[in-house]
Design a protein around this ligand. Structure first.
Ligand code: NDP
Length: 447
């Protein structure tokens, strides 16, 4: 806390982890080692900051900032790129670093257990606000961003993937610029690429699908139930929310909501395929707000609310897939009042520290943090790297089978690490920590 007083989100992520692994610190054999490993892991190896000059459509010079934070060389770094929907001013820079730190902490590494490729050791982003920008402005920004970033990334150094505000369009522009500059075959250097130039099938879908696959395991294993006919609230309408909703519908669940930062669309009888297509058209093609859908959709739009603030919206399972801290203490209490049976986090740290305390107060609720529930995205980025390294293109069915297997493995690791007494949340945090800690010991980096 003394070192990072201006990084509340980072401190929140570290605290969440510390709470879950605290019993390990009392281990008579390894307790002190675990404390040292924890301290080691929470300090990045290096942080890079650079300027990103670009020209707007009126010909004006704009200057944004870009960052990269690398935490650990232990992992073959896949880092997320974020463009912020809010433009941070100079003195809130530590807050942005804080967010990047937090993204690392929430991802340390539960993915890829069986594929031998630990991933997730770095994060990156910028303070560019993509909202309201034209395609040309986005392209010019992405090209300038990559002009700087290309000095620090490589297929065997750091491999970025998308996150909030960075989807296929942005990855395409950045990759295009990388190819211009690098003068080498560079398919492995970014993940989430188009299928036309080395992308893997299902990467856009992987995070949302993976979260639903994970929920399926937990619901079948712990509740002896299925998703069929269950009412599921989804927040967000971006990449993760879109494909979580699609997979939920495929499995026969009723999706009762999606949202954006302005409001929520409620589908009392469940979202239809036509509704889903209208949301995809609005978000992926027209880049419009949910409020613009009007009568083209069966849902009712409620401005200024989220699925977690509506007392009358009934559902069985919650899939927060928008952003951090979207479920606060009141939101979590409302979930318990409604008898919600499970919370599966597609987003990173969508439940605030107080909200988590509320969820923990009722162990009946299956609570799987994003670290595990959204690991399908980074895991599939790892598959994309493997595919690129082998200069092949895998079939969709193969990738889907690998994604399913990955989520099943992660679920098993979580249950094993939780032991008889622990919750899935504790298991999730412990499994990731233990794996990294033991690797650091064997590498001779923490002793
Ligand atoms: P997108 O940018 O595609 O979508 C983000 C969605 O969240 C949008 O609907 C956005 O609404 C909404 N949102 C953003 N900020 C807020 C806010 N303050 N309040 C309410 N809604 C908000 O991002 P992704 O879908 O890729 O990412 C969503 C979450 O999933 C993030 O936490 C991300 O870190 C996490 N994640 C993403 C992965 C991926 O593969 N993409 C992998 C693992 C985790 P609006 O359109 O109004 O901005």
């Amino acid at each position: 806390r003394a070192k990072y007083p201006h990084q509340p989100v980072f401190l929140q992520a570290v605290e969440e982890m510390a709470l879950a692994i605290e019993p390990l610190f009392h281990d008579t054999v390894n307790g002190d080692f675990y404390k040292r490993a924890f301290l080691y892991m929470t300090e990045p190896e290096r942080m890079i900051s650079f300027h990103v000059p670009w020209t707007d459509d009126e010909g004006n010079l704009k200057v944004n900032r870009g960052w990269r934070v690398e935490f650990s060389r232990y992992v073959d770094v896949v880092f997320y790129l974020r463009q912020y929907t809010t433009v941070f001013i100079m003195d809130s820079r530590p807050l942005i670093f804080g967010e990047l730190h937090f993204l690392y902490i929430v991802h340390w590494d539960l993915t890829k257990a069986d594929y031998g490729l630990p991933l997730g050791g770095g994060k990156g982003g910028s303070d560019f606000d993509p909202k309201g920008k034209s395609d040309s402005e986005i392209r010019r920004f992405c090209e300038s961003f990559m002009t700087q970033l290309c000095r620090y990334i490589d297929a065997s150094t750091d491999v970025p993937a998308g996150d909030i505000g960075v989807g296929g369009r942005e990855i395409g522009f950045m990759y295009g610029q990388y190819k211009r500059l690098a003068n080498k075959h560079g398919t492995g250097v970014l993940t989430g690429k188009s299928f036309l130039f080395g992308g893997i099938h299902l990467r856009p879908e992987a995070t949302g699908y993976g979260a639903v696959y994970m929920a399926q395991h937990a619901i079948e294993d712990k509740l002896k139930e299925s998703l069929e006919g269950k009412r599921c609230a989804v927040s967000g309408s971006g990449n993760v929310a879109q494909y979580a909703s699609q997979m939920l519908m495929t499995l026969g669940a009723k999706v009762v909501s999606v949202s954006d930062s302005n409001g929520v669309l409620v589908f009392e009888d469940g979202m239809s395929l036509d509704d889903w297509n209208a949301v995809i058209d609005a978000k992926q093609v027209k880049r419009a707000r949910l409020s613009s859908l009007g009568n083209n959709i069966s849902g009712k739009y409620i401005a200024g609310q989220s699925p977690w603030t509506l007392p009358d919206l009934k559902f069985d399972f919650a899939f927060p897939c928008a952003t951090q801290n979207e479920i606060d203490k009141d939101g979590a209490s409302l979930l318990l009042e409604k008898g919600v049976m499970g919370v599966f986090e597609g987003a990173n740290l969508p439940t605030s520290a107080e909200g988590q305390q509320v969820l923990r107060s009722n162990p009946r609720v299956l609570y799987i943090p994003g670290k595990a529930a959204n690991a399908g995205g980074v895991g599939t980025s790892g598959l994309e790297m493997s595919q690129n390294a082998s200069r092949t293109q895998w079939k969709k069915e193969k990738v889907d089978a690998m994604l399913k297997e990955m989520m099943a493995d992660i679920y098993k690791q979580m249950v094993d690490a939780a032991g008889k007494e622990g919750t899935l949340e504790e298991g999730c945090n412990r499994a990731g920590f233990l794996k990294v800690a033991h690797a650091l010991k064997e590498l001779g980096w923490v002793y």
